[in-house]
Design a protein around this ligand. Structure first.
Ligand code: PBG
Length: 333
C-alpha cells in the first residue's frame, strides 16, 4: 500500500466522479440536444444534380429537390432548425435576385413550408453577398465602398420577400449599422409581426469563412469585408453590437465564428437574456474534416468536443454543418 493512502492523502479525490461512463454521465454539467442544432444549407438555382463543395467534404450545393430531401432528413433526426443560403443563376450590382419573389431562396422556402410546415423552424440568411456581382454584402457607392443606408433598403425588401415565402426567422448577416431596426420595421409594416430576427450581431472578419465563399460563390471580387465585419482584436465592440441589436428588436443574437471566439460567446451569454447562438463556420468544419481525412485526429470525438465547448461557453443554439449527423448520433446514444 502506498504511504500516501496510509496517511489519508490526498484528502480530495476528484477522480471519484470520473471513474465510470455512468458516473461521468450523471455529473455532466453540459449536454447536447438535437433541438439546439441549426443546419445551414445551400441551394443553387439552375443545377440538375447536387454539387459537392470541395473544401467542405460532405456538404453540397443542393438542387431544390435534394434540399427537400435533406431538410426532411434533418427534421426527422430532430435538428431544431434549418437556415438557407441561396446561390442565384444571375448576379448583378444590387443583388436583384435576393428579393425576387421567384428567387431561389424564396422558392426553396415555399417548398419547405409545404413539406414541413411547423415541424421545423425555417430560417433564411439575409445578406447580399451571394447575389451581388462584386461579392460584397451591400450595394456600393460610386467610389466602391459599401453604402450602409442604401443597403438597408435592400435588406428591408429581402426580409419581406423571405417572410412572404415562409421564413419564420430571418438572419441578417451583413453587419450594416441599423440593419435589425430596418428589417423589423419592414416586416411589421408588411404584416409579418411574428417573423423573428436572429441577428448575426457579432460577426468577425474571419479567415475561417474561406470554404463558405466557395460553397456560396460569394468571395468579394475586390478588397475584403474588414470595413464592415469586426476586427478579431476587439471584444468590447462585440458587446456594443449586441446591445444595439437588442435595442433594435433582435429576438436572438449570434456570435460568429465559434471556436476562436468562445470568450465572446461567454461574455455575450452573461450579458443578455435572449437565446445566444454560435456559428461553427465553414473553416472550422474544414479543419476537422481535413485533419481527420489525414488520420491526424479522431473526427467524431473532435466534432462532439467542439460542440460541447460551444455549449459550455454559453451558446444555447449552435449552427453546424454536422447538425444532422450529430443529431442522429445523439439519439442513438
Ligand atoms: C454572409 C455570410 C458568410 C457566412 C455566413 N453568412 C460569409 C462571409 O461573411 O463572408 C460564413 C459562414 C461560414 O463560413 O460557414 N452572407
Amino acid at each position: 500500500m502506498s504511504r500516501y493512502a496510509d496517511a489519508g492523502f490526498p484528502q480530495a479525490r476528484p477522480r471519484r466522479l470520473r471513474r465510470t461512463p455512468a458516473m461521468r454521465r450523471l455529473v455532466a454539467q453540459t449536454r447536447l440536444d438535437p433541438a439546439e442544432l441549426i443546419l445551414p444549407m445551400f441551394v443553387k438555382e439552375g443545377i440538375g444534380e447536387p454539387q459537392p463543395v470541395p473544401s467542405m467534404p460532405g456538404v453540397v450545393q443542393h438542387t431544390r429537390d435534394s434540399l427537400r430531401k435533406a431538410a426532411h432528413e434533418a427534421t426527422a433526426a430532430g435538428v431544431g432548425g434549418l437556415i438557407l443560403f441561396g446561390i442565384p443563376q444571375a448576379k448583378d450590382e444590387r443583388g436583384s435576385a435576393a428579393d425576387d419573389p421567384d428567387g431561389i431562396v424564396q422558392q426553396a422556402l415555399r417548398d419547405l413550408t409545404a413539406d414541413l410546415g411547423d415541424a421545423t423552424v425555417l430560417m433564411a440568411d439575409l445578406c447580399l453577398d451571394e447575389y451581388t456581382s462584386h461579392g460584397h454584402c451591400g450595394v456600393l457607392t460610386p467610389g466602391g465602398e459599401v453604402d450602409n443606408d442604401a443597403t438597408l433598403e435592400r435588406y428591408a425588401s429581402i426580409a419581406v420577400a423571405q417572410a412572404d415565402a415562409g421564413a419564420q426567422v430571418v438572419g441578417p448577416s451583413g453587419m450594416m449599422d441599423g440593419q435589425v431596426a430596418a428589417i423589423r420595421r419592414a416586416l411589421d409594416g408588411a404584416g409579418h409581426t411574428e417573423t423573428a430576427v436572429l441577428a448575426y450581431s457579432v460577426k468577425y472578419s474571419s479567415a475561417f469563412y474561406g470554404p463558405f465563399r466557395e460553397a456560396a460563390e460569394c468571395a468579394p471580387r475586390f478588397g475584403d469585408r474588414s470595413s464592415y465585419q469586426q476586427d478579431p482584436a476587439n471584444a468590447g465592440e462585440a458587446l456594443r453590437e449586441v446591445r444595439l441589436d437588442l435595442a433594435e428588436g433582435a429576438d436572438m443574437v449570434m456570435v460568429k465564428p465559434g471556436l476562436a471566439y468562445l470568450d465572446i460567446v461567454r461574455r455575450v451569454a452573461d450579458e443578455v437574456d435572449v437565446p445566444v447562438a454560435a456559428y461553427q463556420v465553414s473553416g472550422e468544419y474544414a479543419m476537422v474534416e481535413a485533419a481527420a481525412a489525414n488520420g491526424w485526429l479522431d473526427r467524431d470525438r473532435a466534432i462532439m468536443e467542439t460542440l460541447i465547448s460551444f455549449r459550455r461557453a454559453g451558446a444555447q443554439l449552435i449552427l453546424t454543418y454536422w447538425a444532422t449527423e450529430v443529431a442522429r448520433r445523439l439519439s442513438e446514444s
